[in-house]
Ligand binder design. Sequence first.
Ligand code: DQA
Length: 143
Amino acid sequence: RNILILNGPNLNLLGTREPEIYGAATLADVEATCAALAAELGLTADFRQSNHEGQLVTWIQEARGAAGGIVINPAAYSHTSVAILDALNMYDGPVIEVHISNIHRREAFRHHSFVSARADGMIAGCGTHGYLLALRQIAHMLG
Ligand code: DQA
């Protein structure tokens, strides 16, 4: 089954963006490790990033009846986007939310995520390894 891995705004600059918070790995590095683990789990990973809320909404809509599961790091849209939550609410497969940093150890405005109201699970503070944990959880949920 194909797993959609979605990344929100500013994650295209991973590796150079506040590396003391988000680490040195680039998004291309994360994509490569996700692809390798997906293959090991008998899955495929469709890895995408957008700085635009509407693009993320469209991709989530298109995942209906198509993707076996969704791993999503909505980045700053976690804290603002009812539109992404609504799109995920129309999706019927497993959804795991990922945050590279521990959002609960950071500013108060990062403590609430709209997406968490739909996510089956959430991984935060495990660095980019969190994407791999999320993929394993999706594989587990798909049985
Ligand atoms: C993030 C945390 C968000 O608060 C922030 O806006 C991001 C990245 C994370 O992966 O830790 O862009 O989602």
